[in-house]
Design a binder for this molecule. Structure first.
Ligand SMILES: *Cc1c(COP(=O)(O)O)cnc(C)c1O
Length: 400
Protein backbone atom coordinates (compact mmCIF):
# COMPACT_ATOMS: atom_id res chain seq x y z
CA UNK A 1 0.00 0.00 0.00
CA UNK A 2 1.10 3.53 -0.77
CA UNK A 3 0.66 6.78 1.12
CA UNK A 4 -2.60 7.62 -0.64
CA UNK A 5 -4.10 4.19 0.15
CA UNK A 6 -3.46 4.63 3.87
CA UNK A 7 -4.89 8.13 3.79
CA UNK A 8 -8.01 6.93 1.97
CA UNK A 9 -8.60 4.20 4.58
CA UNK A 10 -8.14 6.63 7.42
CA UNK A 11 -10.49 9.18 5.89
CA UNK A 12 -13.16 6.54 5.35
CA UNK A 13 -13.07 4.70 8.67
CA UNK A 14 -11.60 7.14 11.17
CA UNK A 15 -13.03 10.20 12.87
CA UNK A 16 -11.73 13.38 11.27
CA UNK A 17 -10.64 15.06 14.48
CA UNK A 18 -7.12 15.78 13.20
CA UNK A 19 -5.69 17.45 10.10
CA UNK A 20 -2.34 15.64 9.78
CA UNK A 21 0.30 16.27 7.16
CA UNK A 22 0.09 13.68 4.40
CA UNK A 23 2.99 11.56 5.55
CA UNK A 24 2.43 7.97 6.67
CA UNK A 25 5.14 6.95 9.11
CA UNK A 26 6.07 3.32 9.49
CA UNK A 27 9.18 3.41 11.65
CA UNK A 28 11.44 5.76 13.54
CA UNK A 29 14.76 5.90 15.32
CA UNK A 30 16.20 8.74 17.37
CA UNK A 31 15.40 12.03 15.64
CA UNK A 32 14.46 10.41 12.33
CA UNK A 33 11.16 8.99 11.09
CA UNK A 34 10.62 7.00 7.89
CA UNK A 35 7.46 6.90 5.79
CA UNK A 36 5.93 4.02 3.83
CA UNK A 37 7.64 5.26 0.65
CA UNK A 38 11.06 4.98 2.29
CA UNK A 39 11.56 8.74 2.76
CA UNK A 40 13.42 9.95 5.82
CA UNK A 41 12.42 13.00 7.84
CA UNK A 42 13.80 14.91 10.79
CA UNK A 43 11.05 14.97 13.42
CA UNK A 44 10.73 18.54 14.65
CA UNK A 45 7.56 17.97 16.67
CA UNK A 46 8.64 14.99 18.79
CA UNK A 47 5.01 13.91 19.17
CA UNK A 48 4.28 17.14 21.06
CA UNK A 49 7.39 16.53 23.21
CA UNK A 50 6.49 12.95 24.14
CA UNK A 51 9.67 11.62 22.53
CA UNK A 52 12.21 13.94 24.16
CA UNK A 53 14.45 10.87 24.54
CA UNK A 54 14.26 10.19 20.78
CA UNK A 55 12.09 7.64 18.99
CA UNK A 56 12.32 4.04 20.14
CA UNK A 57 15.10 4.69 22.62
CA UNK A 58 16.88 1.32 23.03
CA UNK A 59 17.06 1.52 26.81
CA UNK A 60 13.35 2.24 27.22
CA UNK A 61 12.51 -0.40 24.60
CA UNK A 62 14.54 -2.95 26.54
CA UNK A 63 12.76 -2.09 29.80
CA UNK A 64 9.40 -2.36 28.08
CA UNK A 65 10.12 -5.73 26.47
CA UNK A 66 11.52 -7.21 29.67
CA UNK A 67 8.59 -6.06 31.76
CA UNK A 68 6.04 -7.11 29.12
CA UNK A 69 7.26 -10.69 29.46
CA UNK A 70 6.79 -10.68 33.23
CA UNK A 71 3.56 -8.89 34.14
CA UNK A 72 1.83 -5.92 32.52
CA UNK A 73 -1.23 -5.18 34.58
CA UNK A 74 -2.10 -6.05 38.14
CA UNK A 75 -4.65 -3.30 38.78
CA UNK A 76 -4.15 -1.35 41.96
CA UNK A 77 -6.21 -3.93 43.84
CA UNK A 78 -2.83 -5.62 44.27
CA UNK A 79 0.66 -4.18 44.55
CA UNK A 80 3.39 -4.64 41.96
CA UNK A 81 7.16 -4.50 42.20
CA UNK A 82 7.69 -1.66 39.71
CA UNK A 83 5.45 1.10 41.03
CA UNK A 84 7.26 1.67 44.36
CA UNK A 85 10.55 2.16 42.51
CA UNK A 86 8.89 4.46 39.98
CA UNK A 87 7.53 6.58 42.86
CA UNK A 88 10.95 6.79 44.48
CA UNK A 89 12.78 7.60 41.27
CA UNK A 90 10.20 10.21 40.30
CA UNK A 91 10.68 11.89 43.67
CA UNK A 92 14.45 11.82 43.26
CA UNK A 93 14.16 13.26 39.77
CA UNK A 94 11.66 15.99 40.64
CA UNK A 95 12.33 16.87 44.26
CA UNK A 96 8.67 16.35 45.21
CA UNK A 97 7.83 14.04 48.08
CA UNK A 98 5.01 12.07 46.47
CA UNK A 99 3.20 11.45 43.21
CA UNK A 100 0.10 9.82 41.76
CA UNK A 101 0.33 7.95 38.45
CA UNK A 102 -2.24 8.28 35.68
CA UNK A 103 -2.21 7.61 31.95
CA UNK A 104 -3.04 10.58 29.72
CA UNK A 105 -2.09 14.15 30.43
CA UNK A 106 -5.72 15.22 30.64
CA UNK A 107 -6.35 12.61 33.32
CA UNK A 108 -3.48 13.95 35.38
CA UNK A 109 -4.85 17.49 35.02
CA UNK A 110 -8.25 16.24 36.21
CA UNK A 111 -6.47 14.62 39.14
CA UNK A 112 -4.79 17.90 40.07
CA UNK A 113 -8.15 19.68 39.91
CA UNK A 114 -9.74 17.15 42.25
CA UNK A 115 -6.84 17.35 44.66
CA UNK A 116 -6.88 21.18 44.66
CA UNK A 117 -10.60 21.16 45.40
CA UNK A 118 -10.23 18.69 48.22
CA UNK A 119 -7.37 20.77 49.65
CA UNK A 120 -9.58 23.87 49.49
CA UNK A 121 -12.38 22.20 51.48
CA UNK A 122 -10.30 20.21 53.96
CA UNK A 123 -7.32 22.47 54.54
CA UNK A 124 -8.13 26.02 53.45
CA UNK A 125 -11.73 25.91 54.67
CA UNK A 126 -13.52 27.00 51.51
CA UNK A 127 -17.27 26.30 51.82
CA UNK A 128 -18.08 23.04 50.13
CA UNK A 129 -18.46 23.18 46.33
CA UNK A 130 -17.57 26.87 46.23
CA UNK A 131 -13.94 26.33 45.21
CA UNK A 132 -12.64 28.34 42.27
CA UNK A 133 -9.64 27.62 40.13
CA UNK A 134 -8.01 30.43 38.16
CA UNK A 135 -6.83 29.60 34.65
CA UNK A 136 -5.32 31.76 31.93
CA UNK A 137 -6.22 32.68 28.37
CA UNK A 138 -4.70 30.52 25.65
CA UNK A 139 -4.35 27.58 28.03
CA UNK A 140 -4.20 24.00 26.85
CA UNK A 141 -4.69 21.30 29.46
CA UNK A 142 -6.41 18.53 27.50
CA UNK A 143 -9.74 17.52 26.04
CA UNK A 144 -12.07 16.28 28.76
CA UNK A 145 -15.40 18.01 29.32
CA UNK A 146 -14.15 19.70 32.50
CA UNK A 147 -10.88 20.82 30.96
CA UNK A 148 -12.47 22.31 27.84
CA UNK A 149 -14.78 24.23 30.18
CA UNK A 150 -11.91 26.62 30.90
CA UNK A 151 -10.40 26.64 27.41
CA UNK A 152 -10.47 29.99 25.62
CA UNK A 153 -10.23 28.37 22.17
CA UNK A 154 -13.69 28.19 20.56
CA UNK A 155 -12.64 25.22 18.39
CA UNK A 156 -11.97 23.14 21.50
CA UNK A 157 -15.29 23.83 23.23
CA UNK A 158 -18.02 25.04 20.93
CA UNK A 159 -20.85 22.48 20.72
CA UNK A 160 -19.44 20.53 23.66
CA UNK A 161 -21.15 22.23 26.61
CA UNK A 162 -22.72 22.40 29.13
CA UNK A 163 -19.49 23.25 30.89
CA UNK A 164 -18.14 22.53 34.35
CA UNK A 165 -18.40 25.54 36.68
CA UNK A 166 -15.75 26.63 39.16
CA UNK A 167 -13.18 28.15 36.79
CA UNK A 168 -12.18 31.77 36.22
CA UNK A 169 -9.95 32.94 33.37
CA UNK A 170 -7.50 35.85 33.35
CA UNK A 171 -5.05 36.97 30.63
CA UNK A 172 -1.83 34.91 30.44
CA UNK A 173 1.23 36.81 31.58
CA UNK A 174 -0.73 39.38 33.61
CA UNK A 175 0.05 38.78 37.28
CA UNK A 176 -1.96 41.82 38.41
CA UNK A 177 -5.11 40.49 36.74
CA UNK A 178 -4.48 37.17 38.40
CA UNK A 179 -4.15 38.79 41.82
CA UNK A 180 -7.39 40.72 41.29
CA UNK A 181 -9.25 37.50 40.41
CA UNK A 182 -8.41 35.85 43.72
CA UNK A 183 -11.29 35.50 46.18
CA UNK A 184 -11.51 33.74 49.55
CA UNK A 185 -12.79 30.72 47.60
CA UNK A 186 -9.81 30.45 45.27
CA UNK A 187 -8.28 27.00 45.58
CA UNK A 188 -5.62 27.13 42.91
CA UNK A 189 -4.05 28.85 39.95
CA UNK A 190 -3.12 26.70 36.98
CA UNK A 191 -0.60 27.78 34.35
CA UNK A 192 1.72 26.37 31.74
CA UNK A 193 5.19 27.93 32.23
CA UNK A 194 5.33 28.26 28.43
CA UNK A 195 2.15 27.69 26.43
CA UNK A 196 2.90 24.99 23.87
CA UNK A 197 -0.36 24.53 22.03
CA UNK A 198 -1.01 28.28 21.99
CA UNK A 199 2.15 28.58 19.86
CA UNK A 200 5.15 28.50 22.18
CA UNK A 201 3.89 31.59 24.00
CA UNK A 202 6.26 32.81 26.69
CA UNK A 203 5.04 34.98 29.56
CA UNK A 204 6.99 38.11 30.49
CA UNK A 205 10.13 37.46 32.57
CA UNK A 206 9.30 37.29 36.25
CA UNK A 207 5.71 36.16 35.70
CA UNK A 208 6.04 32.75 37.33
CA UNK A 209 7.89 34.30 40.23
CA UNK A 210 5.03 36.73 40.80
CA UNK A 211 2.39 34.03 40.39
CA UNK A 212 4.22 32.00 43.00
CA UNK A 213 4.41 34.95 45.43
CA UNK A 214 0.74 35.80 44.94
CA UNK A 215 -0.27 32.19 45.54
CA UNK A 216 1.71 32.09 48.77
CA UNK A 217 0.33 35.42 49.98
CA UNK A 218 -3.31 34.38 49.47
CA UNK A 219 -2.94 30.72 50.45
CA UNK A 220 -3.73 29.46 46.96
CA UNK A 221 -2.13 26.42 45.33
CA UNK A 222 0.16 27.01 42.36
CA UNK A 223 -0.33 24.25 39.77
CA UNK A 224 2.15 24.06 36.90
CA UNK A 225 1.09 22.07 33.85
CA UNK A 226 4.49 20.79 32.66
CA UNK A 227 3.10 18.06 30.44
CA UNK A 228 4.78 19.62 27.42
CA UNK A 229 7.43 21.89 28.94
CA UNK A 230 8.66 19.48 31.60
CA UNK A 231 11.16 16.63 31.49
CA UNK A 232 14.04 18.61 29.98
CA UNK A 233 12.26 20.12 26.98
CA UNK A 234 13.10 23.76 27.78
CA UNK A 235 16.67 23.16 28.96
CA UNK A 236 15.83 22.35 32.56
CA UNK A 237 14.10 19.37 34.09
CA UNK A 238 11.06 21.60 34.62
CA UNK A 239 10.38 24.96 33.00
CA UNK A 240 9.43 26.53 36.34
CA UNK A 241 13.10 26.18 37.37
CA UNK A 242 13.98 29.00 34.97
CA UNK A 243 12.41 31.36 37.51
CA UNK A 244 13.52 29.53 40.58
CA UNK A 245 10.00 28.85 41.85
CA UNK A 246 8.50 25.65 43.22
CA UNK A 247 4.82 25.10 42.38
CA UNK A 248 2.65 23.20 44.88
CA UNK A 249 1.58 20.70 42.23
CA UNK A 250 3.24 19.75 38.96
CA UNK A 251 1.49 17.83 36.21
CA UNK A 252 3.63 15.75 33.84
CA UNK A 253 2.95 13.26 31.05
CA UNK A 254 4.14 12.91 27.47
CA UNK A 255 7.93 12.26 27.79
CA UNK A 256 7.37 10.45 31.08
CA UNK A 257 7.24 7.33 28.88
CA UNK A 258 9.54 8.50 26.09
CA UNK A 259 6.62 7.89 23.76
CA UNK A 260 6.18 4.18 24.38
CA UNK A 261 2.99 4.23 26.34
CA UNK A 262 0.66 6.76 28.01
CA UNK A 263 2.13 7.59 31.41
CA UNK A 264 1.31 10.74 33.37
CA UNK A 265 1.54 11.86 36.98
CA UNK A 266 0.87 14.64 39.44
CA UNK A 267 3.70 15.59 41.79
CA UNK A 268 3.24 17.27 45.17
CA UNK A 269 4.49 17.16 48.72
CA UNK A 270 2.89 15.09 51.47
CA UNK A 271 0.57 17.76 52.95
CA UNK A 272 -1.25 17.93 49.60
CA UNK A 273 -0.80 14.49 48.00
CA UNK A 274 -1.53 12.87 51.35
CA UNK A 275 -5.12 14.14 51.16
CA UNK A 276 -6.27 11.38 48.79
CA UNK A 277 -7.86 8.53 50.74
CA UNK A 278 -8.39 4.98 49.44
CA UNK A 279 -11.22 4.88 46.93
CA UNK A 280 -11.35 8.60 46.21
CA UNK A 281 -9.46 8.46 42.95
CA UNK A 282 -8.00 5.81 40.70
CA UNK A 283 -7.43 4.33 37.28
CA UNK A 284 -7.36 0.73 36.06
CA UNK A 285 -4.15 1.25 34.11
CA UNK A 286 -2.59 4.05 36.18
CA UNK A 287 0.59 2.85 37.88
CA UNK A 288 0.59 -0.55 36.20
CA UNK A 289 3.91 -2.39 36.19
CA UNK A 290 4.50 -1.98 32.46
CA UNK A 291 3.92 1.78 32.68
CA UNK A 292 6.07 2.03 35.79
CA UNK A 293 8.97 0.11 34.21
CA UNK A 294 8.78 2.29 31.11
CA UNK A 295 8.56 5.46 33.22
CA UNK A 296 11.61 4.43 35.23
CA UNK A 297 13.66 3.89 32.07
CA UNK A 298 12.38 7.14 30.52
CA UNK A 299 13.49 9.12 33.60
CA UNK A 300 16.83 7.32 33.69
CA UNK A 301 17.53 8.34 30.08
CA UNK A 302 16.66 11.99 30.78
CA UNK A 303 19.00 11.93 33.77
CA UNK A 304 21.90 9.85 32.44
CA UNK A 305 22.02 11.49 29.02
CA UNK A 306 21.72 14.93 30.68
CA UNK A 307 19.03 15.89 28.21
CA UNK A 308 18.32 19.09 30.14
CA UNK A 309 21.82 20.40 29.46
CA UNK A 310 21.72 19.17 25.90
CA UNK A 311 18.43 20.96 25.27
CA UNK A 312 19.78 24.18 26.80
CA UNK A 313 22.96 24.16 24.71
CA UNK A 314 21.61 23.04 21.38
CA UNK A 315 18.43 25.05 21.84
CA UNK A 316 20.40 28.25 22.35
CA UNK A 317 22.37 27.52 19.16
CA UNK A 318 19.28 26.61 17.11
CA UNK A 319 17.37 29.67 18.33
CA UNK A 320 20.24 32.03 17.55
CA UNK A 321 20.67 30.58 14.06
CA UNK A 322 16.95 30.80 13.36
CA UNK A 323 16.82 34.39 14.58
CA UNK A 324 19.46 35.31 12.01
CA UNK A 325 17.40 34.10 9.06
CA UNK A 326 16.35 37.11 7.02
CA UNK A 327 12.73 36.55 5.97
CA UNK A 328 9.92 38.95 5.34
CA UNK A 329 7.48 36.35 6.68
CA UNK A 330 8.87 36.12 10.20
CA UNK A 331 7.33 38.14 13.00
CA UNK A 332 9.28 36.58 15.86
CA UNK A 333 11.45 33.58 16.70
CA UNK A 334 11.27 32.68 20.38
CA UNK A 335 11.78 29.78 22.72
CA UNK A 336 13.73 28.17 25.53
CA UNK A 337 15.92 25.17 25.02
CA UNK A 338 14.77 23.03 22.11
CA UNK A 339 11.26 24.44 22.40
CA UNK A 340 11.07 27.02 19.67
CA UNK A 341 8.25 28.84 17.90
CA UNK A 342 8.66 30.70 14.61
CA UNK A 343 5.75 33.10 14.45
CA UNK A 344 4.88 34.28 10.96
CA UNK A 345 3.21 37.54 10.04
CA UNK A 346 -0.51 37.24 9.29
CA UNK A 347 0.13 38.14 5.64
CA UNK A 348 2.45 35.11 5.25
CA UNK A 349 -0.64 33.04 4.50
CA UNK A 350 -0.54 30.71 7.52
CA UNK A 351 2.11 28.33 8.81
CA UNK A 352 0.64 25.25 7.17
CA UNK A 353 2.04 25.88 3.69
CA UNK A 354 5.50 26.33 5.20
CA UNK A 355 5.17 22.99 7.01
CA UNK A 356 4.19 21.32 3.74
CA UNK A 357 7.33 22.76 2.12
CA UNK A 358 9.47 21.63 5.05
CA UNK A 359 8.07 18.13 4.60
CA UNK A 360 9.21 18.12 0.96
CA UNK A 361 12.72 18.90 2.22
CA UNK A 362 12.74 16.14 4.83
CA UNK A 363 11.62 18.01 7.94
CA UNK A 364 8.40 17.33 9.82
CA UNK A 365 6.98 20.25 11.75
CA UNK A 366 3.41 21.12 12.53
CA UNK A 367 1.71 24.46 12.39
CA UNK A 368 0.49 25.54 15.78
CA UNK A 369 -2.56 27.68 15.64
CA UNK A 370 -2.56 29.68 12.44
CA UNK A 371 0.78 31.37 12.34
CA UNK A 372 3.39 29.51 14.36
CA UNK A 373 5.79 26.78 13.24
CA UNK A 374 6.86 24.85 16.32
CA UNK A 375 10.39 23.44 16.18
CA UNK A 376 10.92 20.94 18.98
CA UNK A 377 13.09 18.02 17.85
CA UNK A 378 13.94 15.13 20.18
CA UNK A 379 16.53 16.29 22.71
CA UNK A 380 19.03 13.67 21.49
CA UNK A 381 19.56 15.71 18.32
CA UNK A 382 23.15 16.82 17.62
CA UNK A 383 24.65 20.00 16.16
CA UNK A 384 25.38 18.36 12.80
CA UNK A 385 21.72 17.53 12.36
CA UNK A 386 20.67 21.05 13.29
CA UNK A 387 23.19 22.31 10.73
CA UNK A 388 21.63 19.95 8.18
CA UNK A 389 18.18 21.35 8.92
CA UNK A 390 19.02 25.06 9.01
CA UNK A 391 19.56 25.70 5.27
CA UNK A 392 16.35 23.80 4.53
CA UNK A 393 14.38 25.85 7.03
CA UNK A 394 16.00 29.02 5.67
CA UNK A 395 15.01 28.13 2.11
CA UNK A 396 11.40 27.57 3.14
CA UNK A 397 11.18 30.75 5.19
CA UNK A 398 12.55 32.70 2.23
CA UNK A 399 10.07 31.41 -0.33
CA UNK A 400 7.38 33.73 -1.64
C1 LIG B 1 -0.60 17.47 25.66
C2 LIG B 1 -0.96 18.35 26.80
C3 LIG B 1 -2.00 18.00 27.69
C4 LIG B 1 -2.90 16.81 27.47
O1 LIG B 1 -2.23 15.61 27.43
P1 LIG B 1 -2.96 14.32 26.78
O2 LIG B 1 -2.01 13.21 27.06
O3 LIG B 1 -3.11 14.62 25.32
O4 LIG B 1 -4.27 14.17 27.47
C5 LIG B 1 -2.22 18.83 28.77
N1 LIG B 1 -1.48 19.93 28.98
C6 LIG B 1 -0.48 20.29 28.15
C7 LIG B 1 0.32 21.51 28.45
C8 LIG B 1 -0.20 19.53 27.03
O5 LIG B 1 0.76 19.91 26.18
Amino acid sequence: MKTQDFIALEEQYGAHNYHPLDVVIERAEGVWVYDVEGNRYLDCLSSYSAVNQGHVHPRILQAMLEQAKKVTLTSRAFRNDQLPLFYKELSEFSGYEMSIPMNSGAEAVETAIKLARKWAYRVKGVPRYQAEIITVSGNFHGRTTTIISFSTEPLYKEDFGPFTPGFVTVPYGDADALERAITPNTAAVSVEPIQGEAGVVMPPAGYLKRVSEICKRYNVLFIADEIQTGLCRTGKRFAFQHEDVRPDMVVIGKALSGGFYPVSAVLADRPIMGLFQPGEHGSTFGGNPLAAAIGRAALAVLRDEKLDERSAELGAYFLEQLQEIPSRHIKEVRGKGLFIGVELKPEAGGARRFCVELQKRGILAKETHEHVIRLAPPLVIDKETIDWALPRIREVLQMN
